[in-house]
Design a protein around this ligand. Structure first.
Ligand code: GLC
Length: 408
């Protein structure tokens, strides 16, 4: 339903994305925010492209996705962060990221939303030329994940740093980050020092596993990976390449199955990350525990269990759902400005959750989240995150992916 206020929200989203756009020799992307995050981030760019497709600007989306993909590293990893213009990098950013082997391109990754974004471009344009350019990169990246990020026969892929799931400060990771996670600002130091250690180990999962370092099969990452495999398979099918299409589709099904078995906690009905070093679930709830609702094959009765948590006012169903951490846990910090993923509501996870709800026919709940997401933007503008009780905005202003509220 588009009323006049929704169209004004779309107009504001349109303007914000234009204002954050960066163009230079061989690149076009939209910065998450001009002040705080002026560089290109993998999943942010993918969300921006999805919004642009829905705003009727698939050409901008195409350019942003091709810029991102063309920065794939030689081995197939898609950098989580790309500095196209070194002048935009602060002294600290340059100092802290001197250990990157490829200048300006991070060796870490983020949830591969890029495949969903590419599928949106394809659906909006049916441009075979786009697929011709994008698919080889997408395939390389998804093959890289499959080849280098699995261990112990699991179909799930590991992240080797909390940065890689995008929910950087999720409390589930605290026990793995050691004592630094328990002192003020210590977690940031822990994150950077563990990244430097990773650089010495060549960001290699085998080395990480041998030393028992951070190695987690994270639920949000794997859910996006599964949905991405499905998107990739359908784009390959559109090119007539049924053999490859079937290979990726089958892989997607395997990943879904693995999430449903390895991450599921039958007691609570939630999905938890697995510490790949011990095989144990990290039973600390966050919004990612709900994300398997986005999976195709999650059985009805399992969806119902997720819904019970989602719609419980004592957990996730606050004035402005969905908080990054539920209210009934000791880690819930809805006003935190230090660690941002411990209570505030974020629009990108809302978009992922509503997509899943609609996929399974829960349109009432999806509409409620979509409406409250638009309410957040009307009240506080496109902020980085929001207080789930008051709707007050926090962090960056004019933040790119919060424009997803306009197309939810
Ligand atoms: C923060 C978020 C991360 C995001 C980045 C740029 O670091 O935790 O998910 O990609 O900002 O917006």
């Amino acid at each position: 339903m588009t009323d006049s206020s929704d169209s004004s929200l779309r107009q504001r989203a349109w303007e914000l994305l234009d204002n954050n756009a960066k163009k230079g020799p061989g690149y076009f992307y939209i910065a998450p925010s001009n002040g705080k995050y002026p560089h290109q981030w993998s999943w942010d760019s993918s969300f921006h492209a999805i919004v642009n497709c829905h705003l009727g600007r698939p050409q901008l989306a195409r350019d942003e996705i091709l810029t991102l993909l063309s920065n794939t590293l030689p081995d197939g990893r898609l950098p989580h962060l790309i500095f196209h213009d070194e002048n935009l990098a602060s002294f600290f950013e340059r100092l802290l990221r001197r250990y990157w082997r490829q200048p300006g391109r991070s060796p870490l990754v983020q949830p591969p939303v890029v495949a969903m974004a590419a599928k949106e471009v394809w659906d909006a344009t049916e441009d075979a030329g786009f697929l011709k350019e994008a698919l080889p990169f997408l395939e390389r990246h998804f093959e890289w994940l499959h080849r280098t990020r699995r261990s112990d026969e699991s179909a799930l892929v590991s992240i080797i740093s909390p940065w890689e799931c995008g929910l950087d400060h999720k409390p589930a990771f605290d026990p793995l980050m050691g004592w630094l996670a328990r002192v003020p600002f210590g977690l940031y130091i822990a994150l950077y020092t563990s990244e430097m250690r990773l650089a010495r180990l060549g960001y290699d999962l085998g080395e990480v596993a041998r030393r028992g370092l951070f190695n987690v099969r994270e639920v949000l990452f794997n859910t996006v990976y599964a949905v991405g495999l499905e998107a990739l398979a359908s784009m390959l099918a559109a090119t007539g390449d049924s053999e490859r299409s079937e290979r990726f589709a089958a892989r997607g099904v395997e990943v879904e199955r693995a999430i449903l078995s390895e991450c599921y906690d039958p007691n609570s009905g939630l999905y938890f990350d697995v510490d790949a070093n011990t095989g144990q679930q990290l039973r600390e709830p966050s919004v990612s525990c709900l994300l398997p609702v986005a999976l195709h094959t999650v059985p009805k009765q399992r969806c119902e269990r997720l819904l019970r948590h989602l719609t419980n006012p004592g957990e996730y169903w606050l004035d402005y759902p969905v908080p990054s951490v539920p209210k009934n846990t000791p880690h819930f910090r809805p006003r935190s400005r230090t660690y941002l993923w411990r209570g505030p509501t974020w629009i990108n996870t809302n978009w992922l959750v509503t997509g899943g709800l609609r996929r399974h026919g829960y349109s009432e709940e999806a509409d409620r989240i979509a409406e409250s997401s638009r309410g957040l933007v009307r009240k506080s503008g496109f902020r980085e995150y929001y207080n789930p009780f008051t709707g007050e905005g926090g962090g960056a202003v004019d933040f790119g992916w919060s424009t997803l509220a306009a197309i939810m």
